[in-house]
Design a protein around this ligand. Structure first.
Ligand code: HEM
Length: 553
């Protein structure tokens, strides 16, 4: 640089024309641009390295080396490469983080940077161009939709108003189980849990229930299944963005067609509701549909929560959101997943996080009779055998809550949470994390770390009772060693509804019946990696009534 400066000065002076202007016009820009280049070079040289990690193959990266239980594989890799490591899955650069201090850095200290998502093309199309709370990036649209979701749809007052709808569905499940009791019939507990939670959710969404009108809901469920399969199908366009415009597998085109069909159904639901409201007068039922239609027509009380008709429709599809996320995560692992089983799971099994957790909690209770008797004792004391469980009882069922937390610790439904994506290149734990990296937070590793938990693989609900400060292990992810619902800005907004529904359905089914394994069978607790982490084999149990007053059934 000094050399160029001297040359410039010499050129000017040799002509005997030491004009200040000439000097300014030539030398200063040269000096500035050289300085800029130098500082860029030095900055790049100083940038921290990428986290260490296993090397893979060209194009496919580490995909062919992954087994079938990713949360365990990722935990095992951390033993070799440390609490933060990188690997390529296809063309995508991914990081896996499994220490509570680094997780804290992501979800607290640098939360605004790590608050983006990386949705697949099919999800963007099917949510009206990403016009929804789950897939939009951190920014004004996400903030508005999240506020609508948390305050207006799932706000305390609205949830309370919908209690009647939930209760109706739970009581109707109790009746059905009771009917099947008389023959000593064994039943698939997971299936019954799925039906109960689905109906409770559908009734809160738009007052509907599967089975109310088999034609309509049957068609809707079929479309939902098609949607999940499309989102789950590995799409070359997602892995190699340069090929996206060719849509080689036709996934974008199929997604658009499917969206048209969804749109038709959702439009007819909305029109029907508007007609009913007009006929009846007033605002009609306060299910989520009505809340959203009121916002669509009048905006919110703050004047900022106006939602477009497309946003109403995208928000109504929320029932499967957590599953969609997981599919988003899984699409990377097409080498390791049996896609025919995956599709069967969606079409036949019925998959959702809340009912999956109901099944796991029940399985742990059947496996641990001591814990089961403590739950029954608590139910007898708080509810009594001459009454039915109401949601007002739930805050006092502290042992049941500890059982649920311990189940979430050992069997988190989404063990790698939902991947985050930094909006700019940043540093974490002394390493560089490039913009757009897919970041997995390994909750399973944290939940089972022997340095954080005593006997981490043992089912011991009491560990949650002995904690003096009961906010220490809440479901909000405020403690970075227990985060079944994530943490930070993008923490699961459905958590209060999910935990409430789980506790209410479980308390009701336990209070109403004794549950035993069919004679001659044994219980195992093996899991199966899939859309959510489900039990490998269905939980089959025989219920017998516990309550003497038959009117309570
Ligand atoms: C046991 C049940 C559930 C579990 C384990 C679960 C778990 C999660 C997790 C781990 C995340 C990602 C959080 C993060 O990135 O830090 C999430 C996000 C989300 N969940 Fe859930 N969830 C459940 C139920 C629900 C329900 C019932 C709803 C809807 C009523 C729901 C709606 C959402 C939405 C909208 C997001 C995205 C939030 C955002 O990106 O801003 N979840 N969930």
């Amino acid at each position: 640089m000094l050399h160029s400066f001297r040359a410039c000065y010499a050129a000017a002076t040799s002509k005997g024309d030491i004009s200040a202007n000439y000097f300014l016009v030539t030398a200063i820009p040269l000096l500035l641009s050289t300085g800029l280049l130098l500082s860029r070079f030095l900055r790049r040289k100083q940038r921290a390295p990428l986290p260490p990690g296993p090397t893979g193959l060209p194009l496919v990266g580490y995909l062919p080396f992954l087994g079938t239980h990713l949360h365990r594989e990722f935990t095992a890799l951390a033993a070799t490469y440390g609490p933060i490591y990188s690997l390529r899955l296809g063309r995508k650069l991914c990081m896996v983080v499994s220490s509570s201090s680094l997780v804290k850095e992501i979800v607290r200290d640098q939360d605004a940077i790590f608050a983006n998502r990386d949705p697949p093309i099919s999800a963007v199309v099917l949510t009206y161009g990403g016009d929804d709370v789950a897939f939009s990036n951190y920014g004004p649209l996400w903030k508005k939709l999240r506020k609508v979701f948390v305050r207006e749809m799932l706000g305390g007052a609205n949830l309370e108003e919908c209690y009647g709808l939930r209760k109706q569905q739970v009581r109707s499940s109790v009746k059905e189980v009771h009917k099947r009791c008389s023959g000593g019939e064994a039943m698939d507990f997971g299936e019954m849990a799925f039906k109960t939670t689905t109906n409770a959710m559908l009734s809160m969404l738009w007052g509907g229930v599967a089975g109310d009108d088999e034609g309509f809901y049957g068609e809707f469920r079929e479309l939902e299944s098609e949607m999940l399969v499309l989102m789950g199908t590995p799409n070359v366009s997602d892995f190699i963005p340069a090929l996206a415009r060719f849509d080689l597998q036709g996934i974008e085109k199929k997604s658009k067609k499917l969206l048209d069909k969804f749109d038709e159904i959702l439009s007819s639901v909305i029109e029907e509701r508007l007609r009913a409201v007009e006929k009846r007068g007033g605002n009609g039922r306060k299910d989520f549909l009505q809340v959203l239609l009121d916002l669509n027509r009048n905006g919110g009380s703050d004047g900022e929560s106006y939602v477009t008709t497309n946003q109403v429709k995208a928000l109504l599809m929320v029932r499967f959101l957590s599953v969609e996320f997981y599919i988003t995560l899984l699409r990377g692992f097409f080498y390791t997943i049996d896609w025919s089983l995956f599709q069967q799971d969606i079409l036949v099994g019925g998959t959702d996080t809340t009912s999956t957790m109901l099944e796991w909690t029940m399985a742990q209770l059947v496996k641990h009779p001591d814990a089961m008797s403590k739950v029954y004792k608590e139910l007898n004391e708080i509810v009594g055998q001459n009454d039915i469980v109401e949601e007002s009882h739930l805050p006092n069922l502290t042992y049941l809550e500890a059982v649920i937390k311990e189940t979430f610790r050992i069997h988190p439904a989404l063990p790698l949470l939902v991947p985050r994506c930094p909006s700019r290149t940043c540093e974490l734990g002394g390493y560089t994390i490039p913009k757009g990296t897919i970041v997995y937070l390994n909750a399973y590793a944290l939940h089972t770390d022997p340095q954080l938990w005593e006997d981490p693989l043992e089912f011991k609900p009491d560990r949650f009772l002995s904690v003096e400060d009961d906010t220490k292990f809440d479901f909000q992810g405020n403690n970075f060693q227990f985060l079944p619902f994530g943490s930070g800005r993008r923490v699961c907004p459905g958590q209060p509804l999910a935990v409430n529904t789980l506790k209410y359905v479980l308390a009701t089914l336990l209070h109403s019946f004794d549950w035993k394994l069919p004679a001659g069978t044994e219980l195992e607790l093996e899991d199966k990696f899939g859309i959510v982490i489900k039990k490998m084999n269905p939980l089959v149990l025989v219920p017998t009534p516990r309550l003497l007053n038959l009117e309570l059934y």
